[in-house]
Design a protein around this ligand. Structure first.
Ligand SMILES: Cc1ncc(COP(=O)(O)O)c(C=O)c1O
Length: 386
């Protein structure tokens, strides 16, 4: 959660520097005015270094990051892209915006993509898979990457919640051909709105850079207004003030994640012996961002009862059990492309996900956690579950 919790003097100093050095807010050009101040460029370089990748491209949102990543694949209207049923609408929206067919698959006890159901939904038209590390816990990347590699399918990680986490020591977002991040205001690090795409393949990176900037190739041999171009694109450029905030937030990322992990561990320990709780399964080697603590309970009524008791003690839940509307594909009847791709009826499309999500509770984890928080959570769950 908490990039916003630690926003302060460091972000302000970075922003001030943009104005002190000429106030150029555009990421390109105006070289004579900007006194060598290029915050977005600097942010991309620092982010690539932190994630251990060759290339990073800053964009305007996590949704834009997904759209830009998909744009590198030259998708055709009958191509299919598979993601998971439990994610934010943005993942499916980006597939639809890319003119591909959005297909969702079931989740498993990790609350992320179920590898067996992924295999079942792959067809000869499947071009890409977008795996999501929902609420900061890694998906089964080892299995999912192998499934994709064996079939020549492009793997993209929607690491909107995974920024700062890793699996087997490898940062989330860097396992597939491309990884995307969100820096919206609810994420582990924030630029208000913003996102990033990371790549190791220079060809994909160049294509994405051009596409997110109307096709501009930023050819150093010519001025921008005479720039070379090989294809069309759009505008998803990040601006300098976001880059400035991002630099300061990135420097805090590891401390934020470490504190979240400590706080999540304290909550998990406090509720460990409460009857009727089944903790979310984390793949071996997981070091998540600890954005939330998720557990299953007996059924939907038990989950709602937990929520009631938590609210009574001033603690809200995060997405589960109450907010699946924005995060569960079964409810996205407003997306005709998604409905059509699932036989015209979403209600029967993901029964295993439905059963898991409606009987689950997700607790938010903050950096600045009150001392009595874990105890209050425990009291609420004991009251709810008996
Ligand atoms: C899984 C997932 N993907 C993508 C996004 C989109 O990010 P943004 O809000 O920066 O567009 C979100 C936002 O919450 C998300 O949760």
């Amino acid at each position: 959660m908490p990039g916003f919790e630690v926003i302060g003097a460091e972000e302000r100093a970075e922003v001030d520097e943009v104005f002190d050095r000429g106030g150029v807010l555009f990421r390109h050009g105006f070289d004579a005015l900007r006194n060598d101040c290029y915050k977005v460029r600097e942010f991309e370089q620092a982010f690539a270094k932190r994630m251990g990748v060759e290339h990073a491209l800053a964009v305007t949102s996590g949704t834009a990051a997904l759209r830009v990543a998909l744009a590198t694949l030259d998708l055709q209207p009958s191509d299919e892209v598979i993601t998971q049923s439990f994610t934010f609408v943005a993942t499916a929206e980006a597939i639809i915006e890319s003119r591909a067919v959005p297909v969702c698959c079931e989740i498993d006890e990790t609350f992320n993509m179920n590898p067996d159901d992924l295999i079942a939904r792959i067809t000869p038209r499947t071009r890409a898979v977008i795996v999501v590390h929902m609420l900061g816990t890694p998906a089964r990347l080892v299995e999912i990457k192998k499934i994709c590699d064996d079939r020549g399918i492009v793997l993209i990680e929607d690491s909107a919640w995974g920024c700062g986490g890793s699996l087997d020591g490898k940062p989330l977002g860097t396992w597939g051909a491309m990884g995307t991040y969100s820096f919206d205001f609810a994420k582990t690090m924030t630029t208000g709105e913003g996102g990033m795409v990371v790549f190791n393949d220079a060809r994909l990176a160049e294509k994405a850079k051009a596409w997110h900037d109307h096709g501009h190739e930023n050819n150093p041999a010519v001025p921008r207004w005479e720039d070379t171009r090989s294809g069309s694109g759009f505008n998803y450029r990040m601006m300098e003030l976001q880059g400035a905030v991002g630099l300061a937030q990135l420097r805090k990322l590891d401390d934020v994640v470490a504190q979240q992990r400590r706080n999540a561990a304290a909550i998990t320990e406090a509720i460990a012996d409460v009857q009727g709780i089944v903790p979310r399964v984390e793949p071996k080697g997981s070091a998540g961002t600890a954005d939330a603590v998720i557990f299953g309970v007996r059924d939907k009524d038990a989950a709602l009862s937990c929520r009631r008791e938590l609210l009574a003690r001033g603690i809200s839940t995060k997405i589960l059990p109450e907010a699946t509307t924005w995060h569960f594909a079964e409810t996205w009847v407003h997306m005709p492309e998604l409905v059509a791709a699932h036989g015209g009826n979403l209600t029967e499309a993901f029964p295993r996900s439905r059963a898991r999500l409606e009987a689950a509770v997700s607790l938010p984890v903050f950096v600045n956690m009150p001392e009595d928080f874990a105890g209050r959570v425990r009291d609420a769950l004991v009251a709810a579950l008996g």
